[in-house]
Design a protein around this ligand. Structure first.
Ligand code: HEM
Length: 357
């Protein structure tokens, strides 16, 4: 990868960029334990260069894209910077173990591109249109009320993430999905098995993250096979019914496609939102004047929600694979076959983005 134009911050050509050991913070789970330290280190990297070359043992080498304009452009160039079955940054061994166990490679919306992505997305797209989401408001309000009451009952002291944010967001997503309350804990554990496999807290009886991921996928598969059979026999108005009976080009979704559809909806919705809510509360408590502004003027809540998502950036990154040589508007050149990492938390704190207020 190279840049053809002078970089305003470094005044150097980044064609000279070589692997930077500091880039390990983009993939080392422990580096994310203290996000203040992480952001300080990434701000330094961002000042030095718009991209960082990362070469880590067991990983496909990649370029971490750090600035907002570049991450936005990479996200939009889905014609040449493709999602693949390895879109979720992970060590190669984690994918190899799936293949070795004969499991299907991930094929969710974040792993597909082109026409397959478009058609696959259409199966549920009506469910995620603004009017449909608005229609869910009464359901969400009831659940929100319940958790607001629980917060009061806890008497001013609790573990907000595990007592409120996680069960609240899980309940919202599972009620949309149509998964009974009695299975929410299982869904939560399986989500942690998939997304938190690199975290020793979630490893449990497993010796390595790959084995935990493989076991999790098998459990998801068994659960969703039963759900499919049920919703085909007894369709309801829930999202699980849409997926169970979903068709592409007039044919039912294949079993792997269906499984991964369930998995992305069952996991992506609550992991992200619970992190945003608990991270948002933490930052408000650390900035009491902003909390007070919000308490005094509740109309700020819409901006606050956007700002909290920006600040917490619950999704860290995805990989995109260059299908051909690509040049970004900033001059960064990505050679065919190379991999870029879209670093959302970095882009969301890029000093070059003008403040709106
Ligand atoms: C704060 C909350 C959330 C954040 C920060 C977030 C972030 C993201 C990001 C960065 C992507 C990748 C976009 C790209 O490829 O350019 C994505 C994709 C996706 N997210 Fe979320 N998300 C959130 C909530 C949700 C919820 C609530 C759901 C489902 C109920 C969801 C389901 C999905 C799906 C299905 C995709 C793939 C879309 C596609 O490729 O067509 N996400 N999300």
């Amino acid at each position: 990868m190279a840049s053809t134009q002078e970089d305003p911050l470094t005044s150097t050509q980044i064609s000279t960029v070589t692997a930077d050991p500091r880039g390990l913070i983009f993939i080392e789970p422990s580096a994310f334990a203290d996000m203040d330290d992480w952001h300080a280190a990434v701000a330094e990297l961002r000042q030095d260069s718009p991209v960082v070359r990362v070469e880590a043992e067991g990983w496909t080498p990649f370029w971490a894209i750090l600035r907002h304009a570049d991450v936005t452009e990479v996200s939009r160039r889905s014609d040449v910077l493709l999602n693949t079955e390895r879109s979720a940054p992970a060590p190669d061994a984690q994918y190899d173990i799936l293949a070795a166990l004969g499991l299907e490679m991930p094929a969710t919306l974040v792993h597909l591109h082109g026409e397959a992505h478009f058609k696959y997305r259409q199966v549920t797209s009506d469910w995620f249109k603004p009017a449909a989401v608005k229609g869910l408001q009464p359901v969400v309000d009831v659940i929100a009320e319940e958790y607001a009451n629980r917060l009061v009952e806890l008497g001013g002291r609790c573990d907000f993430a595990s007592d409120i944010a996680i069960p609240f967001t899980t309940r919202v997503i599972m009620s949309i999905f149509g998964i009974p309350q009695s299975d929410e804990q299982l869904m939560l554990e399986l989500t942690q098995g998939l997304f938190g496999a690199g975290d020793p807290e979630f490893l449990g009886e497993f010796s390595d993250p790959g084995a935990l991921v493989a076991d999790t996928i098998e459990k998801f598969s068994a659960y969703f096979d039963d759900l499919t059979a049920d919703r085909r026999a007894h369709p309801t108005g829930d999202l699980a019914t849409v997926i169970a009976n979903g068709e592409i080009d007039g044919a039912p979704l294949g079993s792997a496609e269906r499984l991964w559809y369930y998995i992305i909806v069952a996991t992506a919705g609550h992991d992200t939102t619970s992190y945003a809510i608990s991270g948002g509360l933490e930052v408000l408590l650390r900035n009491p004047e902003q909390l007070q502004d919000l308490q005094e003027d509740p109309s700020l809540r819409f901006n606050a929600a956007e700002e909290i998502i920006r600040w917490t950036s619950p999704v860290r990154s995805f990989f995109r694979w260059a299908q051909e040589d690509v040049e970004l508007k900033s001059g960064i050149q990505i050679p065919e076959g190379d991999v870029v990492l879209t670093c959302y938390p970095s882009a969301n704190r890029d000093e070059a983005v003008p403040r709106t207020s």
